[in-house]
Every structure is written in structure tokens, then in C-alpha cells.
Design a protein. Structure first.
Length: 68
């Protein structure tokens, strides 16, 4: 599958959204980071797509086990 980074600008509200397509798991985070930094986006505003949820669950479980 082809990978792409899409940047959406809402000319009415000035809102900017960055969307990653075709990435596996959380590899999209590394790909979008330079754009987020350049645009001054806040990481807490992320919305994860369904394809990233399995890796998110694994990462959260692993982190939880490390802190026990």
C-alpha cells in the first residue's frame, strides 16, 4: 500500500489536521512528527485510526507491566 501524509486546512476555522495513510501500527507518529512540529500542533489532539489500536493496546500493556 502506498503511504501518504495529508494536511487538511479549514479556511473557515483555521484548523489544521494531519492524516497519515498506509502506515502500519504507530509508524505514522514518526512520519507525521516533523509536520506537527512545523505547524505547532499539540500531541494531545491526536485521533488514532482503527489500524493503530492493536499496537496501542500492546504498547500500553507493555508500559503498564514495566511500571508494576
Amino acid at each position: 500500500m502506498e503511504r501518504a501524509i495529508l494536511i487538511h486546512f479549514d479556511t473557515t476555522t483555521g484548523e489544521v489536521k494531519i492524516e497519515a495513510e498506509g502506515f502500519e501500527g504507530l509508524s505514522c507518529l514518526e512520519a507525521t512528527q516533523p509536520f506537527e512540529e512545523a505547524l505547532g500542533m499539540v500531541q494531545g489532539d491526536r485521533i488514532y485510526k482503527p489500524e493503530s489500536h492493536q499496537q496501542l493496546r500492546s504498547t500500553n500493556t507493555h508500559q503498564h507491566r514495566l511500571h508494576q
